[in-house]
Design a protein around this ligand. Sequence first.
Ligand code: G6P
Length: 369
Amino acid sequence: VSAERGGYPHFMLKEIHEQPKAVRDTLRGRIAEDFSRVQLDELNLDDAFMKAVDRIHIIACGTSWHAGLVGKAVIESYARIPVDVEIASEYRYRRPLFTPNTLVIVISQSGETADTLAALREVKRQGRRVLAITNVVGSSAEREADDVIITWAGPEIAVASTKAYTTQLIALYLLGIKMAHVRGEIGDDKVRELLKGLEDLPQATEQVLDTAPQLERFAQRYVDTMDTFFIGRSLDYSVAMEGALKLKEISYIHAEAYAAGELKHGTLALITEGVPVIALATQPDLYEKTVSNIVEVKARGAFVLGMTWIGNEDLEKTVDEVIYLPKTLPELAPILAVIPLQLLAYYAAVARGNDVDKPRNLAKSVTVE
Ligand code: G6P
Protein backbone atom coordinates (compact mmCIF):
# COMPACT_ATOMS: atom_id res chain seq x y z
CA VAL A 1 0.00 0.00 0.00
CA SER A 2 2.86 2.34 0.76
CA ALA A 3 4.01 1.85 -2.85
CA GLU A 4 0.59 2.96 -4.09
CA ARG A 5 1.03 6.03 -2.00
CA GLY A 6 4.32 6.76 -3.71
CA GLY A 7 6.19 6.77 -0.42
CA TYR A 8 3.82 9.26 1.21
CA PRO A 9 2.16 8.30 4.51
CA HIS A 10 -1.30 9.19 3.14
CA PHE A 11 -2.99 9.55 -0.23
CA MET A 12 -4.01 13.08 0.68
CA LEU A 13 -0.41 14.22 1.10
CA LYS A 14 0.55 12.48 -2.14
CA GLU A 15 -2.30 14.18 -3.96
CA ILE A 16 -1.44 17.59 -2.54
CA HIS A 17 2.08 17.10 -3.88
CA GLU A 18 0.78 15.98 -7.27
CA GLN A 19 -0.78 19.37 -7.92
CA PRO A 20 2.03 20.79 -10.07
CA LYS A 21 1.62 17.82 -12.41
CA ALA A 22 -2.18 17.86 -12.25
CA VAL A 23 -2.24 21.55 -13.16
CA ARG A 24 0.28 21.00 -15.98
CA ASP A 25 -1.69 18.05 -17.36
CA THR A 26 -4.95 20.00 -17.26
CA LEU A 27 -3.38 22.89 -19.16
CA ARG A 28 -1.64 20.68 -21.72
CA GLY A 29 -2.71 21.36 -25.29
CA ARG A 30 -5.27 23.93 -24.21
CA ILE A 31 -3.15 27.06 -24.64
CA ALA A 32 -1.96 28.10 -28.11
CA GLU A 33 1.82 28.06 -28.36
CA ASP A 34 1.94 31.81 -28.97
CA PHE A 35 -0.50 32.45 -26.07
CA SER A 36 -2.94 33.98 -28.53
CA ARG A 37 -5.97 31.89 -27.57
CA VAL A 38 -7.46 29.14 -25.46
CA GLN A 39 -7.84 25.84 -27.27
CA LEU A 40 -10.77 23.93 -25.84
CA ASP A 41 -11.28 22.01 -29.05
CA GLU A 42 -13.21 19.28 -27.28
CA LEU A 43 -16.19 21.60 -26.82
CA ASN A 44 -19.18 21.29 -29.11
CA LEU A 45 -20.23 24.76 -28.01
CA ASP A 46 -19.51 27.02 -30.94
CA ASP A 47 -18.57 30.69 -30.91
CA ALA A 48 -22.09 31.71 -31.85
CA PHE A 49 -23.50 30.05 -28.74
CA MET A 50 -20.72 31.46 -26.57
CA LYS A 51 -21.65 34.91 -27.80
CA ALA A 52 -25.32 34.30 -27.18
CA VAL A 53 -25.08 32.95 -23.61
CA ASP A 54 -26.92 35.40 -21.38
CA ARG A 55 -26.78 33.58 -18.04
CA ILE A 56 -24.81 30.74 -16.47
CA HIS A 57 -25.86 28.40 -13.68
CA ILE A 58 -23.00 26.53 -12.02
CA ILE A 59 -24.20 23.49 -10.06
CA ALA A 60 -22.08 21.32 -7.75
CA CYS A 61 -21.56 19.95 -4.24
CA GLY A 62 -18.83 20.30 -1.63
CA THR A 63 -15.40 21.24 -2.87
CA SER A 64 -16.64 21.36 -6.46
CA TRP A 65 -19.17 23.99 -5.37
CA HIS A 66 -16.32 26.02 -3.90
CA ALA A 67 -14.53 25.84 -7.24
CA GLY A 68 -17.74 27.14 -8.79
CA LEU A 69 -17.58 30.23 -6.57
CA VAL A 70 -14.18 31.12 -8.03
CA GLY A 71 -15.59 30.32 -11.48
CA LYS A 72 -18.37 32.84 -10.97
CA ALA A 73 -15.93 35.61 -10.11
CA VAL A 74 -13.75 34.78 -13.10
CA ILE A 75 -16.54 34.46 -15.66
CA GLU A 76 -18.37 37.54 -14.45
CA SER A 77 -15.29 39.72 -14.40
CA TYR A 78 -13.81 38.58 -17.74
CA ALA A 79 -16.78 37.52 -19.85
CA ARG A 80 -19.37 39.79 -18.20
CA ILE A 81 -22.02 37.05 -18.11
CA PRO A 82 -24.13 36.85 -14.93
CA VAL A 83 -23.43 33.61 -13.05
CA ASP A 84 -25.38 31.88 -10.28
CA VAL A 85 -23.56 29.21 -8.30
CA GLU A 86 -25.86 26.68 -6.75
CA ILE A 87 -25.64 23.71 -4.43
CA ALA A 88 -27.05 20.78 -6.40
CA SER A 89 -29.30 19.51 -3.61
CA GLU A 90 -30.95 22.93 -3.42
CA TYR A 91 -31.12 23.69 -7.12
CA ARG A 92 -32.84 20.47 -8.08
CA TYR A 93 -35.77 20.97 -5.70
CA ARG A 94 -36.78 24.43 -6.80
CA ARG A 95 -37.85 25.85 -10.10
CA PRO A 96 -34.79 27.55 -11.54
CA LEU A 97 -35.37 30.43 -13.90
CA PHE A 98 -33.85 30.11 -17.33
CA THR A 99 -33.20 32.92 -19.77
CA PRO A 100 -33.36 32.11 -23.51
CA ASN A 101 -29.67 31.20 -23.62
CA THR A 102 -28.79 29.94 -20.16
CA LEU A 103 -25.77 27.65 -20.08
CA VAL A 104 -25.63 25.18 -17.20
CA ILE A 105 -22.24 24.03 -15.93
CA VAL A 106 -22.02 21.08 -13.55
CA ILE A 107 -18.78 20.47 -11.69
CA SER A 108 -18.11 17.03 -10.25
CA GLN A 109 -14.79 15.37 -9.59
CA SER A 110 -16.32 11.89 -9.68
CA GLY A 111 -19.06 12.63 -12.17
CA GLU A 112 -21.28 10.41 -10.03
CA THR A 113 -22.61 12.58 -7.20
CA ALA A 114 -26.33 11.80 -7.00
CA ASP A 115 -27.61 15.32 -6.41
CA THR A 116 -25.43 16.80 -9.14
CA LEU A 117 -26.53 14.14 -11.63
CA ALA A 118 -30.17 14.64 -10.73
CA ALA A 119 -29.79 18.37 -11.39
CA LEU A 120 -28.02 17.66 -14.69
CA ARG A 121 -30.83 15.35 -15.80
CA GLU A 122 -33.56 17.78 -14.80
CA VAL A 123 -31.86 20.61 -16.69
CA LYS A 124 -31.49 18.42 -19.78
CA ARG A 125 -35.12 17.36 -19.53
CA GLN A 126 -35.97 21.02 -19.81
CA GLY A 127 -34.02 21.22 -23.05
CA ARG A 128 -31.04 23.14 -21.68
CA ARG A 129 -27.43 22.72 -22.64
CA VAL A 130 -25.13 21.28 -19.98
CA LEU A 131 -21.37 21.50 -19.80
CA ALA A 132 -19.70 19.15 -17.32
CA ILE A 133 -16.33 19.68 -15.69
CA THR A 134 -15.27 16.30 -14.36
CA ASN A 135 -12.20 14.29 -13.52
CA VAL A 136 -13.51 10.91 -14.60
CA VAL A 137 -13.67 9.87 -18.24
CA GLY A 138 -16.63 7.53 -18.70
CA SER A 139 -18.49 8.86 -15.61
CA SER A 140 -22.22 9.54 -15.80
CA ALA A 141 -21.67 13.30 -15.94
CA GLU A 142 -19.19 12.89 -18.77
CA ARG A 143 -21.54 10.69 -20.76
CA GLU A 144 -24.70 12.71 -20.24
CA ALA A 145 -23.51 16.28 -20.68
CA ASP A 146 -23.53 18.04 -24.05
CA ASP A 147 -20.03 19.37 -23.51
CA VAL A 148 -17.23 18.17 -21.28
CA ILE A 149 -14.01 19.59 -19.96
CA ILE A 150 -11.93 16.86 -18.37
CA THR A 151 -9.66 17.82 -15.50
CA TRP A 152 -6.57 15.68 -15.82
CA ALA A 153 -5.86 15.44 -12.10
CA GLY A 154 -5.54 11.67 -12.20
CA PRO A 155 -7.33 9.40 -9.71
CA GLU A 156 -8.10 11.12 -6.41
CA ILE A 157 -8.28 8.56 -3.60
CA ALA A 158 -8.32 10.60 -0.39
CA VAL A 159 -11.84 11.61 0.57
CA ALA A 160 -10.79 15.23 1.07
CA SER A 161 -10.48 16.71 -2.40
CA THR A 162 -7.30 18.60 -3.24
CA LYS A 163 -5.92 18.27 -6.77
CA ALA A 164 -9.43 17.99 -8.19
CA TYR A 165 -10.19 21.49 -6.87
CA THR A 166 -7.09 23.14 -8.34
CA THR A 167 -7.69 21.52 -11.73
CA GLN A 168 -11.37 22.51 -11.67
CA LEU A 169 -10.18 26.07 -11.24
CA ILE A 170 -7.90 25.65 -14.27
CA ALA A 171 -10.86 24.42 -16.34
CA LEU A 172 -12.96 27.39 -15.23
CA TYR A 173 -10.19 29.89 -16.00
CA LEU A 174 -9.75 28.44 -19.48
CA LEU A 175 -13.48 28.53 -20.13
CA GLY A 176 -13.88 32.04 -18.72
CA ILE A 177 -10.98 33.40 -20.75
CA LYS A 178 -12.25 31.71 -23.89
CA MET A 179 -15.76 33.09 -23.50
CA ALA A 180 -14.44 36.55 -22.71
CA HIS A 181 -12.19 36.49 -25.78
CA VAL A 182 -14.92 35.23 -28.13
CA ARG A 183 -17.32 37.88 -26.84
CA GLY A 184 -14.73 40.64 -27.25
CA GLU A 185 -14.77 41.49 -23.54
CA ILE A 186 -11.01 41.09 -23.25
CA GLY A 187 -8.44 41.86 -25.94
CA ASP A 188 -5.48 39.88 -27.23
CA ASP A 189 -3.07 41.48 -24.77
CA LYS A 190 -5.11 40.51 -21.74
CA VAL A 191 -5.56 36.99 -23.13
CA ARG A 192 -1.81 36.67 -23.54
CA GLU A 193 -1.19 37.98 -20.03
CA LEU A 194 -3.66 35.53 -18.49
CA LEU A 195 -2.45 32.54 -20.49
CA LYS A 196 1.16 33.27 -19.59
CA GLY A 197 0.03 33.49 -15.98
CA LEU A 198 -1.63 30.09 -16.24
CA GLU A 199 1.44 28.60 -17.88
CA ASP A 200 3.55 29.70 -14.89
CA LEU A 201 1.27 28.02 -12.35
CA PRO A 202 2.75 24.50 -12.31
CA GLN A 203 6.09 25.99 -11.32
CA ALA A 204 4.47 28.30 -8.76
CA THR A 205 2.47 25.47 -7.17
CA GLU A 206 5.73 23.55 -6.82
CA GLN A 207 7.16 26.51 -4.92
CA VAL A 208 4.12 26.76 -2.62
CA LEU A 209 4.65 23.19 -1.50
CA ASP A 210 7.82 24.41 0.20
CA THR A 211 5.59 26.01 2.84
CA ALA A 212 4.77 22.52 4.19
CA PRO A 213 7.13 22.61 7.22
CA GLN A 214 5.71 25.98 8.26
CA LEU A 215 2.17 24.62 8.11
CA GLU A 216 3.14 21.46 9.94
CA ARG A 217 4.43 23.63 12.77
CA PHE A 218 1.40 25.90 12.80
CA ALA A 219 -0.95 22.89 12.77
CA GLN A 220 0.27 21.90 16.26
CA ARG A 221 -1.89 24.78 17.54
CA TYR A 222 -4.89 22.81 16.42
CA VAL A 223 -4.27 19.81 18.67
CA ASP A 224 -6.46 21.27 21.41
CA THR A 225 -8.48 23.85 19.48
CA MET A 226 -12.17 23.42 18.80
CA ASP A 227 -12.84 26.60 16.85
CA THR A 228 -11.13 28.57 14.16
CA PHE A 229 -11.90 31.14 11.49
CA PHE A 230 -10.74 31.73 7.94
CA ILE A 231 -11.19 35.25 6.63
CA GLY A 232 -10.68 36.98 3.31
CA ARG A 233 -12.36 39.19 0.74
CA SER A 234 -13.55 38.38 -2.78
CA LEU A 235 -11.52 35.48 -4.23
CA ASP A 236 -9.81 35.06 -0.88
CA TYR A 237 -13.22 34.51 0.69
CA SER A 238 -13.98 31.67 -1.74
CA VAL A 239 -10.63 30.05 -0.94
CA ALA A 240 -11.26 30.59 2.78
CA MET A 241 -14.47 28.55 2.43
CA GLU A 242 -12.54 25.68 0.88
CA GLY A 243 -9.85 25.92 3.58
CA ALA A 244 -12.46 25.76 6.33
CA LEU A 245 -14.16 22.77 4.71
CA LYS A 246 -10.86 20.91 4.42
CA LEU A 247 -10.11 21.45 8.10
CA LYS A 248 -13.61 20.38 9.19
CA GLU A 249 -13.60 17.27 7.01
CA ILE A 250 -10.46 15.68 8.31
CA SER A 251 -9.49 17.35 11.60
CA TYR A 252 -13.09 17.61 12.96
CA ILE A 253 -12.34 21.10 14.22
CA HIS A 254 -15.16 23.56 13.82
CA ALA A 255 -14.02 26.06 11.24
CA GLU A 256 -15.90 28.91 9.70
CA ALA A 257 -15.06 31.03 6.71
CA TYR A 258 -16.06 34.62 6.83
CA ALA A 259 -16.02 37.48 4.38
CA ALA A 260 -13.53 39.70 6.19
CA GLY A 261 -15.71 42.78 5.91
CA GLU A 262 -18.64 40.95 7.46
CA LEU A 263 -16.92 40.03 10.75
CA LYS A 264 -18.04 43.18 12.45
CA HIS A 265 -21.67 42.14 11.91
CA GLY A 266 -21.54 39.39 14.47
CA THR A 267 -18.62 37.05 14.20
CA LEU A 268 -16.21 39.27 16.10
CA ALA A 269 -18.06 38.23 19.25
CA LEU A 270 -16.63 34.74 18.78
CA ILE A 271 -13.03 35.88 18.55
CA THR A 272 -11.42 35.51 21.96
CA GLU A 273 -7.91 35.17 23.34
CA GLY A 274 -5.88 32.62 21.41
CA VAL A 275 -8.45 31.68 18.74
CA PRO A 276 -6.50 30.84 15.59
CA VAL A 277 -7.48 32.88 12.55
CA ILE A 278 -6.23 32.30 9.04
CA ALA A 279 -6.29 35.56 7.11
CA LEU A 280 -5.93 35.56 3.34
CA ALA A 281 -4.62 38.79 1.84
CA THR A 282 -3.61 37.88 -1.70
CA GLN A 283 -5.56 40.57 -3.54
CA PRO A 284 -3.63 43.84 -3.82
CA ASP A 285 -6.69 46.00 -4.51
CA LEU A 286 -8.35 44.83 -1.28
CA TYR A 287 -5.22 44.52 0.81
CA GLU A 288 -5.66 47.60 3.01
CA LYS A 289 -9.29 46.75 3.72
CA THR A 290 -8.39 43.20 4.70
CA VAL A 291 -5.58 44.40 6.96
CA SER A 292 -8.04 46.59 8.82
CA ASN A 293 -10.17 43.48 9.46
CA ILE A 294 -7.12 41.57 10.65
CA VAL A 295 -6.40 44.38 13.10
CA GLU A 296 -9.93 43.91 14.47
CA VAL A 297 -9.36 40.21 15.25
CA LYS A 298 -5.88 40.85 16.63
CA ALA A 299 -7.36 43.41 19.02
CA ARG A 300 -9.55 40.60 20.43
CA GLY A 301 -6.61 38.32 21.02
CA ALA A 302 -6.69 36.11 17.91
CA PHE A 303 -3.52 34.32 16.87
CA VAL A 304 -3.29 35.11 13.18
CA LEU A 305 -1.61 33.27 10.33
CA GLY A 306 -1.63 35.62 7.35
CA MET A 307 -1.13 34.80 3.71
CA THR A 308 0.11 37.22 1.08
CA TRP A 309 2.38 37.49 -1.95
CA ILE A 310 6.18 37.33 -1.72
CA GLY A 311 7.65 40.78 -1.16
CA ASN A 312 4.72 42.13 0.80
CA GLU A 313 6.44 42.15 4.17
CA ASP A 314 4.02 44.78 5.35
CA LEU A 315 1.72 42.02 6.64
CA GLU A 316 4.29 41.03 9.28
CA LYS A 317 3.42 44.23 11.15
CA THR A 318 -0.12 42.97 11.73
CA VAL A 319 -0.12 39.18 12.02
CA ASP A 320 1.75 36.58 14.08
CA GLU A 321 3.03 34.52 11.16
CA VAL A 322 3.06 34.94 7.40
CA ILE A 323 2.84 32.44 4.55
CA TYR A 324 4.29 33.90 1.35
CA LEU A 325 2.92 32.90 -2.02
CA PRO A 326 4.83 33.25 -5.28
CA LYS A 327 3.84 36.28 -7.34
CA THR A 328 1.07 35.61 -9.82
CA LEU A 329 -1.79 37.55 -11.36
CA PRO A 330 -4.18 38.33 -8.49
CA GLU A 331 -7.04 36.56 -10.26
CA LEU A 332 -5.00 33.33 -10.36
CA ALA A 333 -3.98 33.47 -6.70
CA PRO A 334 -6.70 31.02 -5.51
CA ILE A 335 -4.81 28.12 -7.07
CA LEU A 336 -1.77 28.94 -4.97
CA ALA A 337 -3.57 30.10 -1.83
CA VAL A 338 -5.53 26.89 -1.34
CA ILE A 339 -2.42 24.71 -1.11
CA PRO A 340 -1.18 25.90 2.31
CA LEU A 341 -4.74 25.47 3.59
CA GLN A 342 -4.79 21.87 2.35
CA LEU A 343 -1.47 21.31 4.09
CA LEU A 344 -2.75 22.90 7.28
CA ALA A 345 -5.81 20.62 7.34
CA TYR A 346 -3.64 17.61 6.62
CA TYR A 347 -1.12 18.28 9.37
CA ALA A 348 -3.85 19.21 11.87
CA ALA A 349 -5.60 15.89 11.21
CA VAL A 350 -2.33 13.99 11.57
CA ALA A 351 -1.51 15.83 14.80
CA ARG A 352 -4.90 14.81 16.18
CA GLY A 353 -4.35 11.18 15.23
CA ASN A 354 -7.24 11.05 12.74
CA ASP A 355 -7.69 8.74 9.79
CA VAL A 356 -6.75 11.35 7.20
CA ASP A 357 -7.72 9.50 4.03
CA LYS A 358 -10.99 8.10 5.38
CA PRO A 359 -12.56 10.65 7.71
CA ARG A 360 -15.52 9.54 9.75
CA ASN A 361 -18.98 9.78 8.19
CA LEU A 362 -17.74 10.97 4.80
CA ALA A 363 -17.63 9.26 1.42
CA LYS A 364 -15.54 10.05 -1.61
CA SER A 365 -18.50 9.94 -3.91
CA VAL A 366 -21.98 10.43 -2.51
CA THR A 367 -24.48 8.41 -4.49
CA VAL A 368 -27.38 8.94 -2.09
CA GLU A 369 -29.60 12.01 -2.29
C1 G6P B 1 -18.23 14.31 -1.36
C2 G6P B 1 -16.74 14.39 -1.16
C3 G6P B 1 -16.25 15.83 -1.39
C4 G6P B 1 -16.70 16.30 -2.76
C5 G6P B 1 -18.20 16.18 -2.95
C6 G6P B 1 -18.60 16.42 -4.39
O1 G6P B 1 -18.88 14.98 -0.34
O2 G6P B 1 -16.39 13.97 0.15
O3 G6P B 1 -14.85 15.88 -1.30
O4 G6P B 1 -16.30 17.64 -2.95
O5 G6P B 1 -18.62 14.85 -2.63
O6 G6P B 1 -18.04 15.41 -5.18
P1 G6P B 1 -17.90 15.48 -6.72
O7 G6P B 1 -17.32 14.15 -7.12
O8 G6P B 1 -19.29 15.67 -7.28
O9 G6P B 1 -17.03 16.62 -7.05
